[in-house]
Design a protein around this ligand. Structure first.
Ligand code: F6R
Length: 234
């Protein structure tokens, strides 16, 4: 893993933007994208730049189960608001949170991923070490699945909802195996709440108790962190 530490989120996000520019210059076509607060500064830099995704395809990591695309907390809505409405792609794919036939939805999304192998996958990390919504204990061989959110994830994400009860308890998420199939991975982590997970991911044993540690098994991973998230690294 190539770990790069920056003083501020803005500088770190600028570097992440350059990683996207470089991938595009090297003919990357499919971008795996993430939601959450971490990539917001990166998406803002993209929106205010002349980067051109009109020949690119995006596939998102995950979507809350039960939320329609027009729900303000759905990841579909987030992506439209933060990126797609202002920076159009040729096609955007996200899991369909309203599909209650989980076998069909998982099959549909895995087919999309097989037809559109990811060139560059952007990731955030949960304070508990999750990537996508692959929570501690996850099977590293998994592809897209309907997963239960960990209580700590519901607690962390309730800031976006009226209350913890309003946070969906399940989500569709690409699996660890899906993530590791991408050619290049870029993980961003900001703030001291991520420091322990970052340390485990970079320096700890590869264990499904810290899902991000699976990235040690990939040969092209860049980790971009601010000083607070890097504070426990030796
Ligand atoms: C988002 C995702 C999650 C987040 C993680 C960090 O699509 O898959 O793994 O990246 O929960 O969330 P934030 O960035 O809000 O701290």
């Amino acid at each position: 893993m190539n770990v790069l530490v920056f003083d501020t989120i803005q500088e770190a996000s600028q570097k992440a933007f350059e990683v996207f520019q470089e991938a595009l210059a090297n003919n990357a076509k499919v971008f795996g994208l993430a939601t959450g607060s971490t990539p917001e500064a990166l998406y803002e830099i993209m929106v205010n730049s002349d980067i051109d995704f009109t020949d690119s395809i995006s596939v998102n990591l995950d979507e809350y189960y039960g939320l329609a695309g027009d729900h303000a907390q759905s990841y579909n809505y987030f992506m439209n608001e933060h990126l797609f409405n202002k920076k159009p792609f040729k096609a955007n794919y996200l899991p369909d949170g309203t599909n209650t036939d989980s076998d069909a939805e998982v099959e549909r999304y895995n087919k999309i991923l097989a037809a559109n192998p990811v060139d560059l996958q952007l990731l955030g990390i949960g304070g508990n070490g999750h990537i996508g919504f692959n929570e501690p204990g996850t099977d590293f061989n998994g592809h897209t699945q309907l997963v239960d959110l960990a209580p700590s994830t519901i607690e962390a994400n309730k800031r976006f909802f009226a209350s913890a009860e309003d946070v969906p308890s399940k989500a569709y998420s690409m699996g660890i195996a899906s993530i590791l199939e991408s050619k290049q991975i870029l993980l961003l982590a900001f703030g001291e709440g991520k420091a322990e997970a970052v340390k485990g991911m970079v320096e700890g044993p590869v264990t499904n108790e810290l899902p991000a540690s699976a990235l040690q098994n990939h040969d092209n991973v860049t980790v971009i962190v601010d000083k607070a998230a890097a504070s426990l690294l030796s």
